[in-house]
Design a protein around this ligand. Structure first.
Ligand code: GSH
Length: 245
């Protein structure tokens, strides 16, 4: 089937399958937070791969589905496969009813995409790289990754960009675009803060930057956050209360 023939409502025939990982993995968790914020988590069938040790959970079947071997990956009822968190979010935000998380107007959409890209590339990805290169023995594609100097540089860059984002909140706004509710870029920032706090990363952005601390606290009070992190797989002791019954 060519891409032009994929119906935008292809997901309505039966539930799309969403392949994710436990909430310690930032991109699947970023998508999960979007699903709960949009109120459509029940509209997808989530299948969780435990990809620890790295890659072990990603089966050949998944590689046939997504040769990049990554989660999240969305498979529609007609076999169409969508990967890349921002692309999946763009599709679901448009295809399902509910609040538009990526923005209502062209300007909001542009601003949300700008902040999402800045935060994903300059903060979240730096921390992910740091995670991959700062640990002895962690391998990717069977090659050792350790490079402490590169990890330290990534940490410095993540902190420098987090400082810029922190300054953006100086006018008292609660969310990046200044509205009453969070957008997708806010979801990416929440995810970056969570991953910065992961014990191995030990660069808690909420503790280093006061306004990011307030932002993190606001997220923790939201139902979407509680639901998205309720799997107990975040690796953050401060979120253990979400699974305690
Ligand atoms: N650019 C992708 C990145 C996805 C990604 O890096 N996923 C990680 C989990 S956070 C993964 O599947 N890694 C493969 C592995 O752990 O083996 C996106 O935005 O979704």
């Amino acid at each position: 089937m060519s891409l032009q023939n994929v119906r935008p409502d292809a997901c309505r025939d039966s539930k799309p399958r969403l392949y994710t990982s436990p909430s310690a993995f930032p991109n699947p968790q970023r998508l999960r937070l979007f699903l709960h914020e949009k109120g459509i988590a029940a509209e997808v069938e989530e299948l969780v791969f435990d990809a620890a040790p790295p890659g072990a959970g990603l089966t050949w079947k998944h590689l046939r589905r997504n040769p990049w071997g990554e989660t999240p990956t969305l498979e529609l009822a007609d076999g169409t496969v969508l990967a890349e968190t921002a692309a999946i979010v763009r599709f679901l935000d448009e295809a399902y009813p509910g609040r538009r998380i990526t923005g209502d107007t062209p300007l909001e959409q542009g601003l949300d995409a700008m902040w999402d890209s800045r935060i994903r590339v300059q903060i979240l990805q730096r921390i992910t790289t740091m995670f991959q290169v700062m640990q002895e023995g962690l391998v990717s594609n069977l090659e050792a990754n350790e490079n402490a100097a590169w990890g330290r540089r990534c940490r410095r860059e993540a902190l420098a960009h987090a400082a810029l984002v922190d300054r953006h909140f100086a006018d008292g706004r609660h969310w990046l675009l200044g509205g009453a509710e969070p957008g997708f870029a806010d979801i990416t920032l929440c995810t970056a803060i969570a991953f910065s706090k992961f014990p191995v990363n030990a660069t808690p952005l909420d503790e280093q930057f006061e306004r990011l601390g307030g932002f993190w606290s606001r997220w923790k009070r939201r139902d979407s956050f509680r639901l998205a992190y309720a799997d107990g797989g975040s690796g953050l002791a401060e979120l253990d209360y979400l699974t305690a019954s």
